[in-house]
Design a protein around this ligand. Sequence first.
Ligand code: HEC
Ligand code: HEC
Ligand code: HEC
Ligand code: HEC
Ligand code: HEC
Length: 174
Amino acid sequence: MKEWLIFIGGLIVLGVVAMGVSFNLDGKPSVTEPIAFNHQKHGAFLQCTGCHTTVATSAAATIPNKDFCWTCHQNKVTDSPEAAKIKTYVDEGRQIPWIRLFAVNDDIVYTHQPHIAAGFQCQTCHGDIGQADGVVTGFGKKGAGGLYGRDLMRFCLDCHEDNKASTDCYTCHK
Ligand code: HEC
Ligand code: HEC
Ligand code: HEC
Ligand code: HEC
Ligand code: HEC
């Protein structure tokens, strides 16, 4: 009996690790990205909008992928073995399978554009990711980050109430 439980437990752990998600001691999932991207080191020469190019104009911010990285990394700009992985993706013609840290469920409406236009800083919702050189905790879909469900809604609603933005259910729920 005990062996079976250990076996099944092992399968679950393997499954979770295969998805790139593991759990810290406090139960919060942490994420292992396919490349250990370092925001801090790029912040010296690129602004947030230099990479997340549509954040001020669209719903989604977008995350850059191999072709963008390659514009610089085809030259040897660093000795980091993590950066060397970019070449593998380029050679194999595959996109880098970034794991999303910040994501809301598919039935939620969220658009960046009005929030950026209202003057909110990225940090208000994303914390100090620009200074991050390691694991970052996001929010959203279960298993991908920190907040989800009612706790995440509270996060949205608190600011909507403070700023007299809409709190009508159908503003955010489809
Ligand atoms: C050189 C390009 C680059 C710059 C500059 C950059 N980012 Fe990123 N950003 C990335 C990449 C690549 C990822 C995906 C890897 C990761 O999550 O670490 C990412 C991930 C993120 C995410 C998580 C998205 C998700 O849901 O997984 C947020 C939020 C973010 N960046 C915000 C910022 C902010 C704020 C700044 C400016 C302070 C910034 N980024 C500057 C490339 C960049
Ligand atoms: C505008 C040029 C430029 C672009 C675009 C760029 N990088 Fe870099 N990257 C650099 C430079 C320069 C360094 C070295 C920085 C340093 O050592 O301080 C670097 C360093 C790195 C490192 C090593 C970080 C470390 O911890 O030492 C990784 C990994 C990396 N980049 C991944 C990426 C990925 C992934 C992308 C695409 C999403 C990307 N870079 C896009 C210029 C760029
Ligand atoms: C009012 C809160 C808020 C602010 C301010 C904000 N974001 Fe976001 N961001 C979110 C939410 C919510 C998501 C998840 C959206 C989804 O799943 O569709 C997200 C997702 C992202 C993502 C992941 C993928 C994507 O394409 O959208 C990136 C990258 C990102 N934000 C970057 C930024 C940057 C850069 C800034 C500042 C210029 C910024 N965000 C400002 C709330 C915010
Ligand atoms: C830091 C404050 C803040 C946070 C956090 C925030 N919002 Fe907002 N949101 C606003 C403000 C202010 C407006 C009104 C902007 C305007 O009137 O142009 C708004 C507007 C909106 C709109 C309406 C956009 C439109 O087209 O008129 C939606 C949808 C929305 N927010 C969804 C969300 C969701 C979902 C979350 C949480 C994941 C969230 N917001 C978190 C401040 C915030
Ligand atoms: C400002 C945006 C916003 C408004 C307004 C809002 N919600 Fe939400 N709600 C969310 C977000 C974001 C989530 C979390 C979705 C996720 O986990 O990705 C959520 C989650 C929920 C959940 C939990 C679903 C789950 O999967 O756990 C319920 C139930 C809910 N909302 C009901 C309501 C009702 C009823 C109203 C109107 C009185 C309302 N919401 C208004 C943003 C909002």
